[in-house]
Design a protein around this ligand. Structure first.
Ligand code: HEM
Length: 444
């Protein structure tokens, strides 16, 4: 399929293509009995959804897509002690949480440790299919596993579908994979397959042969304080040059600058002062920018996009000369939790848990998710060589003080101290093997 040299029937589907369904359930489990787990897994492997299946016509697809991944403690539980060549994976995310900037006190106890051995990811359009696939998992695996947590993530309702909880269109910019992606979109980064898949060109680490075509999945449970975010942007609303904005428009302007995109997805680099929903919805144009049109002002001018903006910190484009093909990962997260209630919005206070079930795939955690979080988002002096200190990334950047400049285009040296609106409450590093490795190495 697809004219690629990659064995698409052997690569789990969420990695390159994404399940792209209304509903995505994460079922985190502990393995109680390795022997019976391995037997059950052998019979379950045919249900695991490949990339080839996700690319096949909808009429021939199953009712739900299922992928599976294991933590380092999970592989050990199954008797697999090979070194996978990734330090962060081996130690697990909890051991790394302080380095990432997390407050451990915010971590849910389920994730605080190494009890989570694996996760099933399930994508579908109907709740009843989730129910029936889950009951199939529970009858197949029986008491060999115990559910430790379950996150029922879902696209937001109506016109908010595809938007994360702060209201911004997500899933626009992911790297294209050379030798796989057929239609590279204007502005899209192109990375060698081994940046994502283990053992392919671009993955320089020597690892056990059975890990070929697997990937590391960084999972983060990121709570979002939406009413608080809305209140803060209203309280700090900014003005355009003509001073014609209402407070709400000024809040939208500020929040767009914190992301580097408007809620519609339109990049502020291309549409600096107003949202442009036609641009936001046009894949031929909505990623076709790299800040470089500023020429020599690239080092000083934040009028179009703050240096600290979410999309600029996590993908610096021309700030690094567009040459960086290493620090990329494929994002495949889904929002979880209910819509903001009227009492939450009138009290400007979160009372129901909501956020992003964040997923990133890469062959090297330290180059992908972890680099974006620690070396970029959390580092005030990134992007480098600017005439001012950009500050910490205002959405997911962690550290104190959480300060950034450049958010107000009329007063670019004005510093902001920004409350934390995204709270990491758990997560884990997983290895998502190829489908043949599930059969030949992990199952029995
Ligand atoms: C892009 C939201 C967490 C990395 C985006 C976009 C939005 C968004 C709206 C723009 C749409 C797009 O380009 O697809 C969020 C929210 C988060 C979150 C609400 C937390 C609740 C993270 C984290 C990382 C990250 C933790 C990595 C450390 C990226 C990357 C891009 C992106 C790499 C693409 C940048 C580009 O290529 O232009 N995110 N994100 N995000 N985000 Fe996040």
């Amino acid at each position: 399929t697809n004219g690629t040299f990659l064995p698409l029937q052997n690569i789990q589907g969420d990695i390159f293509v994404g399940m792209k369904k209304q509903l995505e359930t994460f079922y985190f489990f502990h393995i109680n009995d390795a022997t019976s787990f391995k037997t059950a897994l052998k019979s379950y492997v045919p249900t695991i959804t490949s990339t080839a299946t996700l690319l096949s016509p909808a009429s021939s697809q199953p009712l739900a897509f299922v992928n599976i991944a294991f933590s380092s403690s999970g592989l050990k539980e199954l008797g697999i002690t090979d070194n996978l060549g990734d330090q962060q994976f081996s130690s697990g995310m909890y051991a790394d949480a302080t380095n990432l900037g997390d407050s451990l006190s915010n971590w849910k106890s389920t994730y605080a440790g190494t009890d989570i051995h694996g996760v099933f990811l399930m994508g579908t359009d109907q709740t009843s299919y989730i129910t029936s696939y889950l009951s199939d998992i529970e009858s197949t695996f029986g008491s060999s596993i115990t559910q430790l947590d379950r996150i029922d993530a879902a696209a937001r309702p109506g016109s908010e579908a595809g938007h994360e909880h702060f209201g911004f269109l997500d899933g626009i910019s992911n790297p294209a994979i050379s030798g796989f992606s057929m239609n590279v979109l204007p502005g899209q980064a192109i990375v060698p397959p081994g940046i994502i898949l283990i053992g392919r060109p671009g993955d320089a680490t020597i690892r056990p042969p059975w890990t070929l075509d697997g990937t590391f999945m960084a999972f983060r449970r990121l709570q979002q304080k939406v009413p608080e975010f809305n209140k803060w942007t209203l309280d700090n609303a900014i003005q355009n040059e003509a001073k014609t904005l209402t407070v709400q428009q000024g809040a939208d302007y500020l929040s767009a600058r914190m992301f580097g995109r408007w809620k519609s997805g339109a990049p502020t680099d291309l549409s600096p002062e107003v949202d442009d929903p036609t641009l936001g919805a046009d894949p031929q144009r909505n990623n076709n920018f790299d800040f470089s049109h500023l020429g020599s002002l690239l080092i000083s001018d934040q009028s179009k996009c703050p240096f600290s903006a979410h999309i600029r910190k996590t993908n610096p484009r021309a700030d690094l000369g567009d040459l960086n093909t290493i620090n990329h990962a494929i994002r495949a997260g889904t929002p979880y939790g209910p819509e903001v209630s009227s009492s939450e919005s009138s009290s400007n206070t979160t009372t129901q848990d909501r956020g992003l079930a964040f997923v990133e795939y890469q062959s090297n955690i330290g180059n992908g998710f972890r680099f974006q979080q620690i070396n970029w988002a959390n580092t005030a002096n990134f992007p480098p060589l600017k005439t001012v200190t950009p500050g910490i990334e205002p959405i997911v950047g962690q550290g104190s003080p959480r300060t950034a400049e450049g958010l107000d285009p009329a007063n670019q040296s004005k510093g902001y101290t920004i409350p934390q609106f995204v709270i990491p409450t758990g997560g884990e590093y997983f290895f998502m093997p190829s489908i043949s490795a599930l059969t030949s190495k992990i199952a029995a």
